[in-house]
Design a protein around this ligand. Structure first.
Ligand code: M6R
Length: 357
């Protein structure tokens, strides 16, 4: 039920702080430590490479998962779009482990990969929001997202849940292997939940940004480096899906290799700057496009913000930044769609679960 909300999407975006807190609870044992099933830990342990398979927003969540499993747990990861993987399977490692990321657990593109992988006898995990869904039933193991039903076609809280559960699983596995983390996952997730709350409470600001940058534009670009690049891809998908504005996400350095030709006076560029190590580089990329007339909207993390940044995200641990940086992009897309009288919850040509290949 959407209650007093005009749209499910708005309600679901507002639920995101609670979703993060719910995930902490759901994965905590009686001693307050995060845990996941021993059988899943064993599957990670036995694997020499993790293959994450997903579509759309879940694919973007998977890209963040690669960062987490490689940097925190030290397992090499490949992330694949499910519709491509089925017929264009890469050379597999000796002991692959497959993880299917799917909010609905019903996506046909992802399911056909699961069927092929099971035929080959490889171990499988489904990370899904829907217990008892097809991909959950058919995989060896399930990791639940605990986001509650997601009704709006545009996925918001399921993405945030995926990123949080990927963090939980990568870090629990790392610790089970004797690795010491230099951060406390429960504490950092709590801080991220509060940061998300602060952003969903800044709706007027988001609406203003949408008006200022997207009222009349035909196209928009999103740039970032490292994990900010992955969040940019998600920001662009959200915007095109619900507002029908042509939008693309790029790695910060990539625009100048061709796409910069599209920059005209006033072309909106959303630039994410949450990662200290590449902050100067991304700001350099913004200067390049501004010199060609772009209208930049820099969204930076507190602590390394600069004058002229349009929105400052409350400070969180850098690895947790994707949970927070995506929120303004979701809200800005929502208001852009609203201002264009688009059907926010049911965008044209789209279905919530894509059950055809
Ligand atoms: O249920 P799934 O996570 O498998 O769905 C995958 C995509 O169809 C889905 O994320 C789609 O891209 C969303 N509409 C994006 O908002």
């Amino acid at each position: 039920e959407k209650g007093t909300y005009p749209h499910y999407m708005l309600k679901e975006m507002d639920e995101q702080p609670a979703v993060i807190r719910k995930i902490i609870q759901a994965y905590q044992n009686e001693q307050g430590e995060l845990t996941i099933d021993q059988a899943i830990l064993d599957a990670f342990h036995d694997a020499d490479r993790l293959y994450i398979i997903a579509a759309g927003t879940s694919y973007h969540g998977g890209l963040i998962g690669k960062e987490y499993f490689e940097k925190i747990a030290g397992i090499p990861v490949e992330v694949h779009i499910s519709s491509e993987f089925g017929y264009n399977m890469p050379l597999l490692s000796e002991k692959p482990l497959f993880m299917f990321l799917t909010q609905s657990g019903e996506t046909a593109d992802s399911r056909q990969v699961l069927v092929k992988i099971k035929e080959k006898g490889y171990p499988t995990i489904t990370m899904t929001n829907v217990p008892g869904s097809t991909l959950s039933r058919e995989a060896d193991h399930t990791l639940l997202l605990h986001a509650g039903p997601e009704i709006a076609v545009a996925s918001t809280k399921a993405y945030v849940a995926q990123v949080a559960v990927l963090m939980v699983s990568a870090s629990v596995y790392a610790q089970s292997q004797g690795k010491t983390l230099d951060f406390d996952v429960v504490k950092e997730l709590g801080i991220a939940a509060n940061a998300v709350q602060a952003i969903v409470d800044s709706k007027e600001e988001m609406e203003q940004i949408a008006t200022e940058f997207l009222a009349t534009t035909r196209n928009a670009f999103f740039i970032g480096r490292n994990v900010d690049f992955y969040v940019s891809l998600e920001g662009a998908l959200k915007l095109k899906e619900i507002s029908y504005i042509q939008a693309e996400g790029f790695a910060g350095g990539e625009l100048k290799h061709g796409t910069i030709a599209l920059i005209e006076d006033g072309t909106p560029i959303f630039a994410l700057a949450t990662q200290q190590a590449v902050s100067l580089n991304i700001r350099g990329n913004v200067k390049e496009v501004v010199a060609r007339g772009a209208n930049p909207c820099i969204i930076a993390m507190e602590g390394h913000e600069e004058e002229g940044d349009r929105f400052v995200l409350p400070k969180v641990h850098e690895l947790f930044a994707p949970l927070v940086a995506v929120i303004p992009l979701q809200l800005i897309s929502y208001y852009a769609a609203l201002h264009r009288d688009c059907d926010v919850d049911k965008p044209r040509n789209l279905a919530k679960s894509v059950t055809v290949e």
